[in-house]
Each structure stands twice: as structure tokens, then as C-alpha cells.
Design a protein around this ligand. Structure first.
Ligand SMILES: [Fe+2]
Length: 473
């Protein structure tokens, strides 16, 4: 049976296709429509998915009726009318169950605690599940308006950023702020996991102090601090309730890589599917319908540009200009570029960071991430587990050698690579290491701020025409 998984009518629409437990295709609508955080799927993404097989059924990531009743009873807004591209049976799964299924069924665990934290789906906003064998059972839930995600998004909005989109910028700003300045005030909004001040859905309206530039960074730091405190409380409860040592963490909150690192203090092993937010729920709905583990090999599941990984071309460009833009093979499923739609650069010079920020038109304070050969990761970073999907921020041990990939607080959001995971990227790092003694490159997504990642050949041509900058493909 071929299942078409879909999520739309909320930020980050996506489509997935699975057949007998194998993922054939998974991609984001925005990469096809060129509309960042596109709410809806489009003809192009559906046609691309159909290249990989003709679905028998559709699995949708929410229960529209339930969502409609939440909006009627408790407020909020959404376009809850999904449109289905084919006249085949449609099965609906609850929002949080789709998150849980995306995480647990792609994990290697047959026994795990599953935690889902996001802004809001239908009613649930914070859930704890137990995965045993092929069964997923709900253990605990908290409903709207309590919400970790809405708390974080409301402050994102308060400091002038775009909620539901630019939370990752606030997370980056936290390293530049003093959390103590606003700790008491921010903590008052979310005192413990049973005491949240009010409905954050529309933002924060009782902040009574002026917010100058430095205050934005200090608020970000306090919010990140309080978020981590409450996250740890919730995770401790989850472990206690389920009695499990393995954690599957899903929902938009699982994109907070600074907080994610702390989960390893509580659990023996952790799995965060590389696309844990709503965009990952098309795969979650498909997996929920399949009802058992699916084969997770890698996140290179989207549009296919074809070609071998151009190791020598990238290496030559790095030696010549220190920066190489690359688009090749299948696009990553998830918000991070992990080598196939990346800008790679020599991490040793501090000014490289400014050059790349200029190309990407980003704020100058924004940090970049390192990609490192897995076997050397512990020599360069304070890390004792693999991080193949850039999900954890850890302390860098040699910041003076690779300054362009170390954040203000001394941490780096590390991507580890081994031979099996991405042979091309691994060979490139190996070649760079043999020449320089550094098994690390700067790796950032191939896009301009506010635009989706490069997807297809037309995007490559457009990029070249507009930015006069070559992409290696
Ligand atoms: Fe969600």
C-alpha cells in the first residue's frame, strides 16, 4: 500500500509518500511555491511526489472537525479546510498523534517515552506518550491555551520578530543577552508546568517597560532560560510517568537546539526526527496509518537534482575562495541544510562569517554551524553522542581555531557526519582535514534570509542571475 501523507492549512505544509514502511518522498511545499512557510501544498509538490508512486490512500495530520470545535469553543484561527489532490480515501489523525508517530516510528527504539511540545494543533499542546513495539499510547496531556510553543512565540513577537517563523532568531539572540535582567518578570509568565500566566496566542500585552535594542537580547536570554527550566520539569515528569530511558521528542519545540542538549542529562538515548515541527507531520500521518516502524535512513528525501556529490569541485572552490555554494542530489526534509543545499566555508577565519552573512543578507550576529567528521567530534566539541541533524548546541573546545562556527556563548550547533550517512560530504571533510588539519567546515543553508532553500535547477539559475554567485551542482 502506498500512503500519501499530507499536512497543510497551518505554517509549513508538506507532502510525504511511503510504501510498505519505506519512505519514497518527503518535501516542503515552500520549496516548490517559493513562499516561505507556505500554508498550502501545490500542484508542483504533488506531481513530484507522484513521480515516486501512485498512492492508494491519503493520511492527513489533523482532525479538521476537532480543530474547528476548538476554534469555536476556545478561540484562535486557522483555515481548517484542507484540499486533497486525489479522489482516494482520506484518513485523519490527531495533530499530536501525528507528531508522536513521526518521531517514534522513525526511531530505532521499540520502547520509549514520547514527548510532543508545540504551539497548538487541535486542543492538545503538550503530550506524553509511551511507545512499546508498534503501539503508541497517550499517558498525559495538557490543552490550549497552556503551551510551551505559544509562550516562546509570544516573546518572539514582543521583541519585534515574526512569531511561528523567527523563534530560531530569538534563540540565537539569547546568547547575547543577560538572562538575569528580566528573569523574575519573564518567569512570572510561566512559573511552573502547572502555572502559566495567560493565553499567549495573540501575544503579550501587559509588558510595561520600553524595549530598546539591548532589552531585546536580554528578554531573549530570559525567555530561553525560563523555557529550559520548564522543559526540564516537563521532561522529568515524562520520565517518571513512563519509566522509560529512551526519549523521542517532537513538535516545534524540539527545534530549540540549545535546550535539546539538556535532554541527554535526563535520558539515556534521545531521538528527534530531523523535521520535528508540523512540516514533519505529513510523514507522521502516513506513519500513523501504517501503524508500525518505518525505515529511516537519511533526510535526503525531497526534490532530486541528481548527480554525484561534487567533492573535488567544492574542495577546489574552498581552496580558492574559502566559500562554496552547493546544490546537488535530493533536498533535505527538515529545516536544516545538511550538505545537499548548503553554503560550505572554511571555518578558520573569523571574517568568513561576515562574508556569508552578507551573501545571505542575515543579521551580523547570527551564528553558523559546523559540520565535523564524526570520529573527531569529541576532540573539537563537548559532545558524547552523534548529532547528524544539527539538533544540539554544545561547547566548542577549540574556538580560537574555528571562530566562525562558534557562537557568542562558546557553543556550536554541531552536525556530525560518518561515511555511511553522507559519503560525499564525509569525503570532502576528509580531504579538507588532510590539507588543513581541521576536519570541520562551516555549513549553512543555501538561501537568502526570509526565502526558502534552493530546490531545483531553475532556482540555481535565478540565484546566479540575481546574486552573481555560482552554485556548484
Ligand atoms: Fe504541531
Amino acid at each position: 500500500m502506498i500512503i500519501l501523507g499530507m499536512n497543510e492549512t497551518s505554517h509549513d505544509a508538506s507532502v510525504s509518500l511511503i510504501k510498505d514502511g519505506k519512505i519514497l518522498f518527503a518535501a516542503h511545499a515552500e520549496r516548490y511555491s517559493k513562499q516561505k512557510n507556505d500554508w498550502y501544498n501545490n500542484r508542483e509538490i504533488i506531481l513530484d511526489a507522484l513521480n515516486y508512486g501512485t498512492p492508494d490512500v491519503i493520511a492527513y495530520y489533523e482532525k479538521p472537525l476537532l480543530k474547528r470545535s476548538r476554534i469555536a469553543i476556545r478561540g484562535g484561527a486557522s483555515d481548517w479546510k484542507p484540499e486533497f489532490p486525489l479522489d482516494i480515501p482520506v484518513y485523519y489523525f490527531k495533530h499530536h498523534y501525528s507528531h508522536a508517530a513521526a518521531g517514534y516510528y522513525t526511531s530505532k527504539f521499540d520502547n520509549a517515552c514520547i514527548v510532543v511540545l508545540d504551539a497548538i494543533g487541535e486542543f492538545n499542546t503538550s503530550t506524553i506518550w509511551v511507545g512499546e513495539g508498534s503501539k503508541i499510547k497517550l499517558k498525559y496531556k495538557k490543552n490550549y491555551p497552556f503551551s510551551f510553543g505559544l509562550f516562546y512565540s509570544a516573546f518572539t513577537k514582543l521583541i519585534g520578530l515574526k512569531p511561528n517563523e523567527e523563534e530560531y532568531i530569538m534563540m540565537g539572540m539569547a546568547a547575547y543577552g543577560d538572562w538575569k535582567r528580566y528573569y523574575v518578570k519573564v518567569n512570572d509568565y510561566f512559573k511552573n508546568i502547572n502555572n502559566q500566566k495567560y493565553n499567549f496566542h495573540k501575544g503579550i500585552f501587559d509588558w510595561d517597560e520600553p524595549i530598546d535594542e539591548q532589552a531585546k537580547f536580554d528578554i531573549a536570554a530570559a525567555v530561553q532560560y525560563v523555557y529550559e527550566l520548564r522543559l526540564i520539569e516537563f521532561m522529568d515528569m515524562a520520565k517518571r510517568l513512563t519509566g522509560k530511558d529512551n526519549l523521542v521528542f517532537m513538535g516545534g519545540c524540539a527545534l530549540n537546539c540549545a535546550a535539546n542538549t539538556r535532554l541527554w542529562e535526563i535520558f539515556y538515548d534521545v531521538w528527534i526526527m530531523p523535521n520535528p515541527g508540523d512540516a514533519g507531520s505529513s510523514l507522521g500521518a502516513a506513519a500513523a496509518l501504517y501503524g508500525q516502524h518505518i525505515e529511516w535512513e537519511h533526510p535526503y528525501l525531497g526534490y532530486d537534482l541528481g548527480g554525484e556529490y561534487p567533492v573535488d569541485k567544492i574542495y577546489d572552490e574552498l581552496m580558492k575562495n574559502k566559500i562554496a555554494a552547493v546544490a546537488t542530489g535530493r533536498a533535505e526534509y527538515g529545516p536544516r541544510a545538511l550538505g545537499n543545499r548548503s553554503i560550505l566555508a572554511d571555518p578558520r577565519q573569523a571574517n568568513i562569517k561576515d562574508k556569508v552573512n552578507k551573501i545571505k543578507k542575515r543579521e551580523m550576529f547570527r551564528p553558523f554551524a559546523p559540520v565535523v567528521m564524526e570520529e573527531y567530534a569529541h576532540e573539537w566539541f563537548d559532545i558524547s553522542f552523534p548529532s547528524p541533524y544539527m539538533q544540539y548546541a554544545v561547547r566548542c573546545k577549540k574556538p580560537s581555531i574555528i571562530p566562525s562556527v562558534v557562537h557568542k556563548d562558546g557553543t556550536s550547533r554541531v552536525q556530525t557526519v560518518n561515511k555511511n550517512q553522507h559519503p560525499g560530504l564525509y569525503n570532502l571533510l576528509d580531504k579538507f582535514n588532510k590539507k588543513t588539519g581541521v576536519p570541520i567546515l562551516l555549513n549553512t543553508s543555501l538561501n537568502v534570509k526570509g526565502q526558502p532553500l534552493i530546490n531545483d535547477a531553475q532556482d540555481i539559475l535565478d540565484w546566479k542571475a540575481v546574486y552573481n554567485y555560482n552554485i556548484i551542482s
